[in-house]
Design a protein around this ligand. Sequence first.
Ligand code: URA
Length: 434
Amino acid sequence: MNFLPLIEAKRDGAALTPAQWQEIVRAFAHGHISDHQMAAFLMAVFFRGLTNEETRTLTLAMRDSGETLRFPDDPRPLVDKHSTGGVGDKVSLALAPLLACLGFRVPMISGRGLGITGGTLDKLESIPGLTTQLAPERLIAQVQAIGVAMGGQTETMVPADKLLYALRDVTGTVPSIPLITASILSKKLAEGIGALVMDVKFGAAAFMRTRDEARALAHSIASLAAECGVKTRTLITAMDAPIGRSAGNWLEVKESVRCLEGYGPDDFQELVVDSAAHLLVLTGKKPELAAARAVSLQCLASGAPRTKFNELIVAQGADLDAFHCQLALDHTAPVVLEVTTSEEGFISRCDARIIGEVVRDLGGGRMTKESVIHCAVGVDMLAKLGEPFGIGSLLCRVHARTRSEAESAAARLRGAFAFSREPHEPAPLIAEVI
Ligand code: URA
């Protein structure tokens, strides 16, 4: 394929035809377009944007770049949740087993860490023995048997997104509304779901910096999803501070298990419970949100989703004994360092962008497409907005591979926090629902 004229056309702001989009996706998925040409093309798309028609064709071509899931008839609705990504965003890990316990089938296809935001697959793979590479037949059988599976794009499922996602990550082309829409919906449409709850984040550590941009992305996803027959509810949520008290792959798995055992933290639990509640309403299982929230909370408190989490990871090859041994450890990284305050007052800022960058630089995220993830590193025991602090109180702990990396991370992390003399109420996490 001679790709150069299409790069030039997009650079100059032309809309490509459906046939051209299908050919681009097909050729790239088959290795007939080089990464350097695709990188230039993605940058042209980033600056020029796509028409609705182009976004739709790209999404469907990406969906069709591999196999799609076909489930047998079953009274349990097929649903999923997806987030545009944030720091400490481990919601899927607790939500997926909760949804299975609420009577849904959840064929969750997730992504890897992108930019400074973590990825569900990287987190899951910090569980000893667990695989996220599930062939479609295995994924379907697992969902039918236990209600939930959490896998990634494979060579056979949405392979075009797998390749594009990795390239966008290292070429500064992530925060593009049409590219995010196509990336997310290609995976969700390939799952064959009927309802989707989206978490579109805005703020310091989100791809979408402002609430207006997040709303534009939410509308882009919701309208294309509706055209494709998927009912969608979008939560627009703040991503200025990390979710929960930990960021880093294994540390977030640990915190998710704690959430499933009823220990919150509140912001994390709120997102889990509200996402489940919206799906209950969207699928008609509950008539209104307050009742749906109550049912979701009750289910979480019953302990069934914690048991379901074990069932899920065992089905995906995890070694349960090794997992529980690892859970019992305080840390798995070689070095842990406490970061304490030299001021007093109330926490008025906990900058998720700085924290995400620190975790990435400790080895918890990717600098290049080939980067190896170190799942033990990260931060935990993070102070939350509004909490009162005296001099010498713990702001967070750093988990690192070496002492010098821990010390340089600690110095940067101190700069992530600010204090005020007066107590203040943090802004609501869920800013609006579309
Ligand atoms: N999540 C995805 O799956 N794709 C994106 O492009 C961004 C977030």
